[in-house]
Ligand binder design. Structure first.
Ligand code: AMP
Ligand code: ZN
Length: 452
């Protein structure tokens, strides 16, 4: 039984599919105006753990992650660079997917881009106009009338007094003090340059919030299981998504909402605007691996703040080396009782609102016992744990990624020697490879190497 904390009910609840055996998950994705920083990747790594734990429990997942490729920031960036919006955002979309791979984050099933879904957004705004919960202002923009949606504030748990209703907020991001009617469609302005679409309200572009309501319902249905993001998305973004969707359909929008706490630097949220950020690329250039960075990002409970420090990356390197050394000794076969007990603890931890620090404790208990009692039969348990963690190197993966060129050259020569039945040369090369720290094994399929 998988339990998670629902930000909407403020309770820990069992997560089970509303329909069939599939959890339908919407995750707010990146605004592609720059390289994502590792704070953003904390949110995506949390969502990766979430989808892995769903699958670990035998359920299926259908995850949709949007790409915000039109908003104030992308337009500003493209116009400043003097390139078309699509060319400008493509660079960062490509970089985003490359970064996800480096962090071993499983791909979502669908990555819809906002600019490919303008008609769906216009249709949703039209529906809200017909229902009388949206209006066009003097400047041509369309706003959602907050006072017309009685449930407004239910996610953020705030009671908005109805006196505020004259207020309006054109910006996509604002805080609780500035709550008011929010923009669904923004009329074209000089600064938008060539960016704009025709609509029943004139030329313009969608607000940020409508994007997620329109695309989530298109790919997951009007009511779906799970919606996530960083805690900064909770208000106003997610509150507004609920208002737009539920006012339009009259149905419950999402059953469970989950939010991860921020990655911080010296106690402050890591963000582009504060300038206190590292991109994944920054850290890779310093010589850290995707695996080490992933380890640090996931090894704190997702609802507690995580302070970024380089010392944590150094600790991750040591911890991973310890795991690797043990896994290299592990073999297939029936798992001993003590290993199964660690797996049971691991399972209980991940099902307890994704308690990954406690899951790592179970993994290290397994390592400790395997080092002491022998690692025979533990490989399957390591593999099962890694379905969730995604940080362990198994031998066959090592082969694929890590054989240095000079070792490969000797292996190729050795394959030639064996073809020519030159066993002396074959043995000489095996010894030379061994001297360089690698072990060659021969089988029907040919040779394979692993690190000593
Ligand atoms: P953005 O590109 O700013 O819309 O953010 C993309 C995702 O990253 C959202 O889910 C944000 O909530 C999340 N996010 C942004 N900054 C941080 C941070 N410092 N720590 C954790 N998540 C963050
Ligand atoms: Zn969103």
């Amino acid at each position: 039984m998988m339990n998670v904390y629902n930000s909407l009910s403020r309770r820990v609840e069992e997560l089970k599919p509303l329909e069939g055996n599939t959890i339908r998950l919407y995750t707010c994705g990146p605004t592609v105006y720059n390289f994502a920083h590792i704070g953003n990747f904390r949110a995506y790594a949390f969502e990766d753990i979430l989808r892995r734990v769903v699958q670990f429990n035998g359920m299926k997942i259908r995850q949709v992650m949007n790409l915000t490729d039109v908003d104030d920031k992308t337009i500003r960036g493209a116009n400043a660079a003097g390139v078309a919006l699509t060319d400008y955002t493509k660079t960062y979309k490509d970089a985003f997917f490359a970064d996800l791979k480096k962090l071993n984050i499983q791909p979502a099933e669908v990555y819809p881009a906002a600019t490919d879904h303008i008609p769906e957004m216009i249709a949703l705004v039209q529906k809200l106009m017909e229902k009388g919960v949206a209006y066009q202002s003097e400047d041509g923009s369309v706003y959602f009338k907050v006072r017309e949606f009685p449930g407004y504030g239910k996610l953020a748990h705030i009671d908005f007094d109805n006196q505020r209703t004259g207020l309006r907020c054109a910006a996509d991001e604002y805080d609780k003090e500035n709550v008011g009617d929010f923009a669904l469609w923004k009329a074209w302005e000089e600064s938008d340059g060539p960016v704009g679409w025709d609509s029943p309200w004139g030329r313009g572009r969608p607000g940020w919030h409508i994007e997620c309501s329109a695309m989530s319902m298109k790919y997951l249905g009007e009511t779906f299981d799970l919606h996530t993001g960083g805690i900064d998305n909770l208000f106003p973004h997610h509150e507004n998504e609920i208002a737009q969707a539920e006012a339009a359909t009259g149905k419950e929008f999402v059953r469970t909402w989950m939010h991860c706490a921020h990655l911080r630097v010296n106690g402050e949220k890591m963000s582009k605007s504060a300038g206190n950020f590292f991109t994944l690329r920054d850290l890779l250039e310093k010589g850290y691996t995707g695996r080490e960075i992933r380890y640090v990002l996931i090894n704190a409970h997702y609802r507690t703040g995580l302070n970024f420090a380089f010392s944590a990356l150094e600790d991750a390197r040591k911890a991973l080396a310890r795991i690797d050394a043990c896994v290299a000794q592990a073999t297939e076969g029936a798992a001993p009782d003590w290993a199964q007990k660690h797996l049971a603890d691991f399972t209980a931890a991940v099902n307890d609102d994704l308690n990954i620090p406690s899951a790592f404790a179970a993994l290290f208990a397994l390592v400790r016992d395997a080092n002491g009692k022998g690692a025979a039969g533990t490989l399957g348990v390591f593999k099962r744990m890694d379905e969730v963690l995604g940080v362990i190197f198994f031998e066959n993966e090592k082969k694929a990624v890590e054989i240095p060129a000079e070792i490969q050259a000797m292996l190729d020569q050795r394959a030639e020697a064996r073809k020519a039945k030159n066993w002396a040369e074959s043995d000489r090369l095996r010894d030379a490879i061994a001297a360089a720290g690698w072990v060659v094994k021969d089988s029907k399929e040919g040779q394979s190497v692993s690190k000593k």
